[in-house]
Design a protein around this ligand. Sequence first.
Ligand code: AMP
Ligand code: FE
Ligand code: FE
Ligand code: ZN
Length: 275
Amino acid sequence: MQEKRLADLHVHTNFSDSNFSPLEAVQQAKKLGLCAIAITDHDTVKGIAQAVKAGKAYNIEVIPGIELTCERNGCEIHMLGYFIDYKKRWFRNKLEEICSQRIERSKEILEKLKQHGVGIKIEDVLKLSHGGSTGRLHIAQAMVKKGVVRSLKDAFRKYIGDKAPCYVSKFKVTPKEAIEMITKLGGVPVIAHPHILGEDKLIPEFIEYGLRGIEAYHSDHPDHIAKFYANLAKKHNLFITGGSDCHGSGKGHILMGKVKLPYELVEKLKKAKPQ
Ligand code: AMP
Ligand code: FE
Ligand code: FE
Ligand code: ZN
């Protein structure tokens, strides 16, 4: 009997907030017997080319993707894009702009930390994001490294979490813009981990903008929740996707393999790609 072909459509690299290089992400997929992964870094496509190259060497299909951070009325929304034409100049320029804003925001957070007696240098934070997208996880990692806090969790709880004193908000892209950009790149826009978001009422609005899928299967979606979102996708005639949201071992244990999506669903998604 032929073995079932399985994929993971939500994988980060060390160009955003994973500690796995693109090569290590592909090697991990190989070790787990997956046939395909999607690289979906936050607001950057810098890890894709290396992953595609590694994928050829290891016979793993690497799907070019992204996880765009958006904001709507103060609420943070993550929009996944699959099969995007990631080399487009206009898109790369837009991402550079977003990543520069991320660095500026990181500096603002460091300024606030300084006022709270915590001295972290921006250079030490930037080292951890490899010229990709810089964020709070890198700041938290730098704080742990310096011995200011005992764990990443502590860093978020005491200093940089959404409701902590050194938090700074950041995002200027709206879900509408994100969906339109992904579509313009020939990609398929999919709402990421809706259970974490907790704003299902927004989905019909996103469909109007061109949303094509729901990430029903995710490491933070228990079985009954995954089932709920798979049904919701069917109800709205949307594609069902899933992935582990693996961040390497940087946030604790390695999540890749926790969600395994039947490859047939990847094939359906491929067909959804605007022609
Ligand atoms: P940013 O995009 O810069 O706002 O940073 C988001 C990153 O911080 C992601 O990797 C999140 O998973 C991580 N993060 C946010 N809140 C927490 C928390 N309370 N504990 C650990 N990681 C968190
Ligand atoms: Fe992340
Ligand atoms: Fe996310
Ligand atoms: Zn993610």
